[in-house]
Ligand binder design. Structure first.
Ligand code: 5GP
Length: 130
């Protein structure tokens, strides 16, 4: 069965797209730790990120770097934090989280809430800086 992220890539489930190329897709996390929290995925479904071919993992990280640069231009923060968990969704993904302190990267923190309009505006701003 296709992962929820494959359904997002195929447009079967909506997402707030941040960036895309032929092989990779970036979109806002629906339960963000911070404004601009973005997920970067390979379009081709692989469960575990370290099962990717080394070149594919490198390309994924290069794409995530471009997204992180756009994110940093868009959201006022000290750094863009990077995390890989993959405990909930079995489709390799990199979390990019705008950070001001170490505590902002705690995945047990309560998630931020944004309206559809706010999510759309955030995604649009990041897209325009990509
Ligand atoms: P992980 O697998 O890295 O532990 O967590 C999965 C992440 O994906 C979570 O931060 C969760 O909020 C996000 N997520 C789960 N389902 C969806 C979805 O349908 N859409 C979006 N945009 N994010 C999702």
């Amino acid at each position: 069965m296709a992962s929820i992220f494959t359904k997002i890539v195929n447009g079967e489930i909506p997402s707030y797209k941040v960036a895309e190329n032929e092989r990779f897709y970036a979109f806002l996390d629906i339960n963000p730790l911070a404004k601009g929290h973005t997920l970067v995925i390979p379009k081709q479904e692989t469960d575990y990120i370290f099962d990717l071919q080394p070149d594919d993992l490198g390309e994924l990280m290069k794409f995530a770097q471009k997204v992180a640069v756009a994110l940093k231009k868009t959201i006022a923060c000290n750094r863009i934090g990077v995390a890989v968990l993959g405990l909930d969704v079995p489709h390799a993904h990199i979390h990019l989280v705008p950070l001001n302190s170490e505590a902002d990267m705690n995945f047990r923190n309560p998630r931020k809430e944004f309206s559809k309009e706010e999510f759309e505006a955030i995604a649009e701003q990041i897209r325009s800086n990509f």
